[in-house]
Design a protein around this ligand. Structure first.
Ligand SMILES: [Zn+2]
Length: 531
């Protein structure tokens, strides 16, 4: 081989290595929260991973394999940088798992995020297009190249899944390393046999209901609500004037609570079922402590009314067909819900026949992102707030004004009951963030993502006293209280005093969770994260 040829080959390899790292540095230019450090660890990865990967791609004998791997890496990096840009965090192994469950949300979010985060696309596509062109330049291909390529990818897989112990990406590393780590683990997860932790059974005592009068329990499962943007909680823009008026009633209480998870699917599980453990797989799979089952068994008519599709049903109650009497979701009613949005819930409520005992779960879609998609057709006050540095904040605050009218109407519909008891409880599934602590949206496993608004109104003084006595009520404590109203005493032998859990993207604990230690006396909460 001539000297010139050697230089060409070396330049080719170096160019590919650099091109794999280019997106990290471009994304840094327009995303301040993303940082990649170039230290010893990065240098090592560069030598052990990017260098042989580049050599393998250039000299691989089979062109189709080179194309397939470049396309896969490009797609994975597009996903990685989209998540970094939109949510300020790196891809975790569980993003691949939940991707299929929440595909519609992801698509909607992607379309909405495009205008703000589109720079990610050329930042990834251009370097990968160049990688593709450069691998075409080489004509000296052989099976040795194929061998290097496959051994490199195989070693990355083994190192990521079996040597490091903790299958979690690390902030500050080059993105391709983090991407492959998460992807490798997601692949392993498909084939791994998950060992379920064993827990003692809960003691569920049906103590019955003393009151012979009518009882209506309304549990409003909020979606992406943040107390930080509600004037009820002191936000400077008067986004919730009607709830503030409602709060003048003595029997109305609002506070900040702690969610059972940082994403919808997992949080719904802990809202609608009495489950304390972050990985009680057995209880997750059956309906033993489902509030719907408990209500049904004690003679309540059970309603689940939502403007979301029916994908969340398994989180709400695994045997929903058996225990939910009236189940109305967006599925099958898409055209109407697309027009009416959460008004559809009120329209559906209008048509219902209530009985002496009702347990009603209202599961909202508003104000989930894309925020502007939550307005019902004909709603005019969509641009009340303008001029924020961050347009998303204006969008969210505007939809909060609509949310204020929605929630106050739900409370006012049920708080007029004179004979018997009414209980109206609202809790958000998780928080929604606008750059607080560098986090946007939800789904990040950090304590701030689990801070939620909680509201309650009831003519049962004992219940109001109980909820007011709990410092930062958790989803678990709220579910326990509701089980109490429905006539049950649930003793959990596994529960530790003042300890609660916040799951990540799923309810089996495999994607990490936090433990929250509540100090009721000093009014503090400390957190410990398990990944
Ligand atoms: Zn949610």
């Amino acid at each position: 081989m001539q000297k010139n040829e050697y230089t060409k080959q070396i330049l080719l390899v170096i160019s590919l290595v650099l091109l794999f790292m280019v997106p990290d540095y471009i994304v840094r230019l327009f995303n301040e929260s993303y940082k990649v450090s170039f230290g010893y660890a990065t240098f090592l990865r560069l030598l052990l991973m990017l260098m042989p990967l580049s050599v393998g791609l250039i000299y691989n004998k089979y062109k189709w394999l080179t194309y397939a791997i470049i396309a896969l890496l490009c797609g994975l990096q597009l996903m990685q940088f989209s998540i970094i840009s939109c949510f300020g965090r790196v891809v975790t192994p569980y993003d691949f798992v939940t991707m299929f469950d929440e595909w519609n949300d992801i698509l909607l979010g992607a379309v909405d995020a495009f205008s703000k985060h589109w720079l990610v696309i050329p930042a990834v596509l251009i370097p990968f297009a160049l990688v593709f062109v450069l691998t075409e330049l080489n004509i000296k291909r052989s099976v040795i190249g194929t061998f290097v390529l496959l051994v490199t990818l195989g070693s990355v897989f083994v190192a990521d899944c079996f040597l490091r112990g903790v299958p979690y990406p690390i902030d500050g590393r080059i993105a391709l390393d983090n991407t492959l780590k998460s992807f490798s683990f997601a692949i392993r997860d498909i084939f791994a046999e998950y060992k379920t932790p064993k827990y003692a059974s809960y003691e569920i005592k049906n103590v019955g209901i003393k009151c012979d009068e009518p009882i209506t329990v309304v549990y409003i499962v909020g979606e992406s609500m943040t107390a930080n943007h509600m004037s009820l909680y002191g936000y400077e823009r008067d986004t919730t004037p009607l709830l503030k008026k409602l709060a003048e009633n003595e029997n109305f209480y609002y506070t900040r609570g702690i969610a059972g998870a940082v994403c919808t699917k997992a949080a719904n599980k802990f809202m609608a079922n009495v489950i304390w453990e972050p990985n009680n797989v057995k209880l997750n799979a059956n309906s033993e402590t489902s509030l719907c089952k408990l209500a049904h068994d004690n003679g309540f008519k059970v309603f689940y009314i939502t403007s979301q599709d029916n994908k969340m049903l398994s989180s709400i109650c695994t045997a929903h067909k058996k225990y939910i009497d009236v189940c109305v979701t967006k599925t099958g009613n898409e055209a109407t819900v697309d027009k009416r949005r959460d008004e559809y819930i009120l329209d559906t409520l209008d048509k219902q026949e209530l009985t002496e005992r009702n347990f009603i779960i209202i599961h909202q879609r508003c104000p989930h992102c894309p925020y502007t998609e939550n307005f019902p057709e004909g709603y005019t006050d969509k641009h009340h707030y303008t001029g924020s540095n961050e347009p998303k904040i204006d969008e969210y605050d505007n939809v909060m004004l609509y949310e204020d009218t929605f929630l106050s109407r739900v409370f006012d519909r049920f708080n007029k009951q004179i004979s018997g008891k009414f209980y109206i409880i609202f809790a958000s599934d998780h928080n929604e963030l606008f750059g607080e602590e560098g986090v946007w949206g939800h789904s990040s496993l950090v304590p701030i993502c689990a801070e939620i608004p909680v509201m309650a109104q009831s003519n049962d003084d004992e219940f109001m006293k109980r909820i007011k006595s709990i410092y930062k009520p958790t989803h678990y404590e709220i579910a326990q209280m509701i089980a109490g109203i429905l006539g049950y005493k649930i003793h959990n032998p596994n529960q530790k005093e003042n300890v609660f859990h916040i799951n990540g993207l799923d309810y089996d604990g495999r994607n990490g969770y936090m433990e929250a230690y509540k100090d009721e006396e000093n009014k503090t909460v400390t957190y410990k994260t398990y990944r």
